[in-house]
Design a protein around this ligand. Structure first.
Ligand code: SF4
Ligand code: SF4
Length: 407
């Protein structure tokens, strides 16, 4: 697709990333087949092709408004669309640029800004969220029912592994996960111990920056990314073999650090070094399986493929493969996308049982353990397109596609 990105954006690294992605798109629309939000609303503007066109208009200087912002907000950043694009369009890289440009031109209402600022303040420092959770537990019964369900139950962290192994890696402590589910990282440390790897945390490293960037605070996110990169480089220089990230959504964001810092060549190079050593736990454990000390007591385990593990690094099947190699019976689950059921994207009112996206063979079997993955949607596939209720691919253009309503 031809594009003329306006100055001054055209002269920046973000402008060049956006131009590269836009030129690769041929507007065929095949990506819509795997887009959950397009499936949900049937609206072209809630699909990747429509969003690409909206972003193109914004980058070319067309006026944009709340309507454009809403359609971009509804995107889950799940990258399912990239798995069916025949041209290899890296949609998520364009989306990040587009969201920033639209946010600059379209100030949000004060309530939305206040809510976003409050979420950032609360979440990027885990002790704040942890303190709020601790304060809420004793009065759980007095809270509104919607909040009661969200309050995580305390989970024992369990013993720490003995350590003393030759191999050493460092793990992202993170922000929300470390406050709501600290037992995840603790369990990972024990499993790595059984695989002969010491897995520590780097105290200076906290939130990956995704929350800030996705809530209109790009500079704050860049600062967090620089802090993390500096700390991780020190770890790598000190002999750490890899940087392990348990939350696949955070890992997906860290993989894009080079784009986030593209205007800063020194940090972009350091970011590439970090990305080169970034590992999901399953990548390490498949190569070095932990030594089992007893046979699995509960053989059947439900496995939920998170979109961020499947669509970016292509590791969707890896957790099930690893569990099978350890003697378990992994069962794919056909649960709806948790993100969609929590309201959809960053500001949507999408609520949907997303079973049409389940992988072949997915079942609602009763497993003996709960799903393994905390986020994401089941694998996309060849789910039939719904009737397009509000397709806005109305007028013709030299691209064979254009959108008549963009504001
Ligand atoms: S992103 Fe890919 S699949 Fe979607 S319209 Fe563009 S070229 Fe086609
Ligand atoms: S990232 Fe996900 S929600 Fe967004 S356009 Fe692509 S498939 Fe749709």
């Amino acid at each position: 697709m031809r594009t003329r990105i306006t100055s001054p954006l055209a002269e920046t690294a973000a402008g060049s990333i956006a131009g590269e992605v836009l030129r690769a798109c041929v507007h065929c629309g095949m990506c819509n087949a795997t887009c959950p939000t397009y499936h949900l609303t049937g609206d072209e503007l809630d699909g990747p092709r429509g969003r690409i066109y909206l972003i193109k208009q914004a980058l070319e200087g067309e006026p944009v408004g709340r309507m454009t912002q809403t359609h971009l907000d509804r995107c889950l950043s799940c990258r399912a669309c990239e798995t069916t694009c025949p041209s290899g369009v890296q949609y998520h890289r364009l989306l990040d640029v587009g969201r920033d440009v639209v946010a600059e031109q379209t100030p949000r209402p004060w309530r939305e800004r206040a809510l976003r600022a409050a979420i950032r303040w609360l979440c990027i420092q885990p002790w704040r969220l942890g303190a709020l959770i601790a304060a809420g537990r004793p009065v759980r019964a007095l809270l509104p029912s919607a909040l009661q369900g969200k309050l995580p139950k305390p989970n024992p962290i369990g013993p720490s592994p003995a350590g003393g192994h030759e191999r050493r890696m460092t793990m992202l402590r993170g922000c929300v996960q470390s406050a709501t589910a600290p037992h995840f990282n603790a369990a990972t440390r024990r499993v790595f111990g059984h695989a002969g790897v010491d897995l520590g945390e780097t105290p200076e490293v906290g939130c990956c920056g995704a929350l800030s960037v996705h809530l209109d605070a790009r500079e704050e996110g860049q600062a967090l990314a620089r802090r993390n990169i500096d700390a991780w480089i020190r770890q790598l220089d000190g002999g750490a073999e890899a940087i392990v990230v348990n939350a696949s959504g955070c890992a997906a964001f860290i993989r894009d650090y080079p784009d986030l810092l593209a205007d800063d060549p020194d940090y972009a190079a350091r970011a590439r070094r970090v990305v080169d050593r970034l590992r999901d736990p399953v990548e390490v454990l498949i190569q070095t399986p932990p030594r089992a000390t007893r046979a699995p007591a509960k053989a059947r385990i439900a496995v939920h493929q998170s979109c961020t593990l499947r669509n970016g690094p292509g590791l969707g099947e890896a957790p099930a493969r690893l569990l099978a190699s350890l003697g378990y019976d992994p069962q794919p689950v056909a649960d709806p996308c948790p993100s969609l059921d929590r309201g959809g994207g960053r500001r949507g009112r999408l609520k949907h049982s997303h079973r049409s996206q389940a992988p072949p063979g997915a079942s609602s079997n009763q497993p003996s353990s709960p799903p393994t993955s905390p986020m994401g949607i089941p694998a996309g596939g060849s789910a039939a397109l719904p009737p397009s209720r509000a397709t806005r691919a109305a007028s013709s253009s030299r691209d064979g596609f254009s959108i008549t309503r963009a504001r």
